[in-house]
Design a protein around this ligand. Sequence first.
Ligand code: SF4
Length: 444
Amino acid sequence: MRKVFIKTFGCQMNKLDSELVLGRLAGSAYRVVADESEADVILFNTCSVRQHAEDKVYSHLGALKRLKEKRPGVIVGVLGCMAQKEGRSLAKLFGVVDLVCGPRRLAELPSLLEQCNGSGPVVAVDRDRRSSHRAVSFEAGRATGCRPTRHRAYVAVMTGCDNFCSYCVVPYLRGAEVSRPPGDIVEEVRRLADDGCVEITLLGQNVNSYGTGLKPGVTLADLLAMFEPVEGIERVNFVTSHPKDLSRELMNAVASFPKVCEYLHVPPQSGSDRILKLMKRGYTSAHYRELLLMAREIIPGVEIAGDFIVGFPTETEEDFARTLALLKDADFLNCFVFKYSTRPGTAAAELQDDVPLEVKRERNQALLKAQEETSLRKRRALIGSTVEALVEGPSKRDPSRLTGRTRNNCIVHFESAGDLAGRLVKVRITSATPLAVSGDVVEE
Ligand code: SF4
């Protein structure tokens, strides 16, 4: 049996793709190993959303040169978005890459690996974004125990994106938006529940537009209703929501279906209408604020997370002040901030990347600082209350404690002697930091 190692960069969709790839390989004469130095096949599942993510992969590939000299038989594969973007040139760059496989060709991985015989790189990418190739089979891997956590699972409900936000390379790399038939998704979730899964997170680049093109017509709200009867599933989440597609119907569904968690990840990206227009986001900051008000009115206890990009081309101090104001008004539980970097081939790449790196850093820090204050205030407000947490397992920072999450995605740490992973516990909150709350279990 050949030993395979995979390192995943980027988003949840990539994590799921890696899980499914390993599942598929483990079913065909490969054994998964956790240590790169033991592996016969080393795979990097890559991300191209930002230059920084690509730089990390380049650095890993450079570091493999010595290993390839010592063990030329080791197969090195680059999978995912960078593979799609760079194609054959990746193989030439370092001379260590044997396989380049884009995100829509991952289902072919076992046979592509068979073709790697040292006679030159094997390249499988898709130049046509509407090609009929699909990502790795959604079901593969589910039966072979490659899920990182037994009680939680990502479930892809769609692939690709047709939005073409001006800074984003995803629609070019992951292809056209395609929704999975609801019956297939529910069937997969049933199998996951039979295998001990209690929490699912539905994944889509633009999950609110789920169902586009399916016949008969179906919406994400319709899909959410279908998990209510699935025995064993306790919690249903979905990411990522696009503000322009976040409907009242969907908010009503979140409020009315007991299994659907009160948490929305809705990235505004900027608080300046001028920048939002340049980003081709399709909404204004006023509309975004209205959405937050509506969500808080309709969904009791909802928490909202956001993302911002700072330093988009031409962003002035005034534009940034509007972004900072939106972040403060939004009262996010969490917020992720990214410094703009040009992605070749996108519409924004036509604009000059004219905000100096130092200014991007300052704006990044200013947003993070403001969010830290909000995050701490919101978590301190929980002190003295009792929350319900779904236990994930030992805390990463302090393995003697356990970590769980509330329904609205607040991280909770607590002491417990038992292995409670996958169980719901009641925790009385005694302290808070900007990232998490801590407390004592009052009921298991
Ligand atoms: S919605 Fe916009 S940011 Fe999100 S994947 Fe699609 S193009 Fe990229």
